[in-house]
Design a protein around this ligand. Sequence first.
Ligand SMILES: [Zn+2]
Length: 245
Amino acid sequence: MRISERIYLVGSGKHGNLMTHPMDCNVYLLDGGSELALIDAGSGIEPERIVASIERSGFAISKVNKLLLTHIHGDHGAGAYYFHSRYGLEVMAAAEAAPWLERGDMDKTSLNAAKHAGVYAEDFDYPACPVSVGIREGDRIKVGDLELGVVETPGHCRGHVSYLLDHNGTRSLFAGDVVFAGGKVVIQNIWDCFIQEYAESIAKLNALHIDSLFAGHGPFLLTEAWKHVGMAHGCFQRLEIPPNL
Ligand SMILES: [Zn+2]
């Protein structure tokens, strides 16, 4: 589904519009002309539904050559192995999280914790997936004629990055699970969720004054997304916690 000039929504689960498996995060397709990239991979449960949705949007899956992960929680990263092994996508993830993805670490990805909480079925496994590039703050990633900037945004978890795209005068952010429409956040009782890091990441995003927000769950925002980031920032400034998604 085309949602802006170069951006398509190709996967979305229970917090979105349920176009693919309920466990999927929002999966975006970026059209760089000569190259295409996916932002996040979904849960890896029935991933062929994401492929079908890419093709319904008018693109051949064989033309998608990069997978940019915001973080490697199961709903964002467990689908990476499928896209890498089956379609040869080059996987990029935060340098800190890359080794966890490469060994399918059930603890570092909080998959074991999520299983105990009943979020995933007992037999759900995190498939290990090779990472081509471990990325860091300030790195630039080319996707055809588009260029994304990497912003490290820990808080929701360690090894979380967001991708900033400036195109035709519009500043867009692919934010994973850092900030959502309405200034919401996802703070969870997991080993690597840190409130102060969260507040610092939100302050950093607030300073970027983004127009469009393509978050990992829920609705995307095409204009005035800075207002929503500002709401979350305002909460942290008052020493409060923004509302959870
Ligand atoms: Zn997450």
